[in-house]
Design a protein around this ligand. Structure first.
Ligand SMILES: [Zn+2]
Length: 116
């Protein structure tokens, strides 16, 4: 099984090996609260990115630890990339961009990212 998170126009996205998660997180940090993302983190080697360099926006702030990618055509944010506290490469999948995901059935955990 796999699932795919895509931007609205389909230019960028990420295909993740494995089943759709039953749980995800929301976050109150300065960027998540604005974008309304519903995130699920996977190891980078489980993700196959479709990211043409000339269309892949890369917004960073604060410690610059996370690449908040977005599509330069439609503006949607199907995934972000970065490293976990142990230094492992991770992909944060925005489940709002996964059409197969039933958002109303996800068990959501609120993370207090604003305090990190
Ligand atoms: Zn797009």
């Amino acid at each position: 099984m796999s699932y795919t998170s895509t931007c609205h126009c389909g230019t960028i996205g990420a295909t993740i090996a494995g089943d759709l998660p039953a749980e995800a997180m929301t976050c109150n940090c300065s960027i998540c609260r604005r974008k309304g993302t519903v995130l699920h983190f996977v190891p980078a080697d489980a993700a196959s990115l479709h990211a043409p360099a000339d269309k892949l926006g890369d917004y960073r702030f604060g410690k610059n630890a996370i690449h908040h990618h977005f599509c330069m055509d439609c503006g949607c944010t199907p995934f972000a990339t970065g490293t976990d506290p142990q230094g492992n490469a991770m992909v944060a999948v925005n489940l709002r961009c996964v059409e197969d995901c039933d958002l109303d059935r996800l068990k959501l955990t609120a993370v207090d990212g604003a305090s990190f």
